[in-house]
Design a binder for this molecule. Structure first.
Ligand SMILES: Cc1cc2nc3c(=O)[nH]c(=O)nc-3n(C[C@H](O)[C@H](O)[C@H](O)COP(=O)(O)OP(=O)(O)OC[C@H]3O[C@@H](n4cnc5c(N)ncnc54)[C@H](O)[C@@H]3O)c2cc1C
Length: 231
């Protein structure tokens, strides 16, 4: 949104709790690069600070109040702070609905009850951890597994997640997982040339690969990630 806004010549201020853009999701290395990228394109950054509220009158917003006391003038505000699964209607059903509908590795919440998509939290057998993903690829791939299981198969859902994002002329592709604390090592290209592939490791194990203007090379490393995870 920030990149598109700047591309249209709009003044943009990006506010976030993290110390760098997307550092919580992609680590400090890529977070630092993204922060620089937006700063170079004249996005005003207010990082590491919470939004306290909006100000305005007559039903129109005129500013954003920060916890630091600063009031940012604003004509348009985009709120992008995540979402919560709408599971209220399932309370009292007997299903566990803490952070989505809690499923086993087959995406089964209870005998004869399955969940897919944004609201399904399931046990990824190969990672041995619970995941809940919010993207279309996941909704489609998970539904395929659930359809097969409904028809009598017994398949675990063990995807290697993938997402991409284009910011200005920078194209980022990410395969796998980017857990907090993972180390990112540049294995191809370099930061100075604005083209690199970073492999993420946690506790000695490869968890993900990210391409920064190197989509093809990142895809070639995807196999290493899949092998390491066993999917
Ligand atoms: C602004 C935005 C941009 C996005 N951009 C991307 C993107 O670029 N790429 C990407 O991969 N993903 C993107 N996503 C995420 C993607 O839209 C979701 O991951 C995907 O739609 C999940 O599919 P789903 O079927 O799980 O849920 P949904 O598509 O949300 O479908 C759930 C449906 O259930 C209905 N529903 C809810 N409660 C009830 C009820 N009690 N009774 C009956 N019906 C009910 C809802 O009305 C809705 O129609 C975006 C999401 C948002 C909000």
């Amino acid at each position: 949104m920030a990149a598109t806004g700047r591309g249209m010549g709009v003044d943009v201020t990006l506010v976030g709790l993290g110390a760098a853009v997307l550092a919580d999701q992609l680590g400090d290395l890529v977070g630092g690069m993204l922060t620089r990228l937006h700063a170079e394109r004249a996005v005003r950054l207010r990082l590491g600070v919470a939004v306290e509220g909006l100000s305005g009158s007559g039903g129109r917003v005129s500013g954003v109040r920060l916890a630091s006391g600063e009031l940012l003038p604003a004509e348009t505000v985009v709120v992008a702070i995540g979402s919560r699964p709408a599971t209220g209607w399932l309370h009292g059903s007997g299903l566990s609905v803490r952070d989505g509908v809690r499923c086993d590795s087959r995406c089964r919440a209870a005998p004869g009850v399955y969940a897919v998509g944004d609201l399904a939290s399931w046990h990824h057998e190969k990672l041995d951890r619970r995941l809940r993903l919010e993207n279309r690829t996941n909704a489609v791939e998970q539904a395929q597994i659930v359809a097969a299981n409904l028809l009598g198969e017994d398949r675990p859902y063990v995807p290697l997640p993938y997402f991409w994002t284009d910011q200005y002329d920078t194209k980022i592709q990410a395969h796998g997982f980017f857990p907090p604390g993972a180390r990112a090592d540049v294995v191809e290209g370099d930061l100075e040339q604005n083209r690199f592939v970073a492999l993420y490791h946690l506790e000695g194990k490869v968890t993900g690969v990210l391409g920064w203007n190197m989509a093809k090379a990142a895809r070639l490393h995807r196999g290493r990630v899949a092998d390491a995870i066993g999917v």
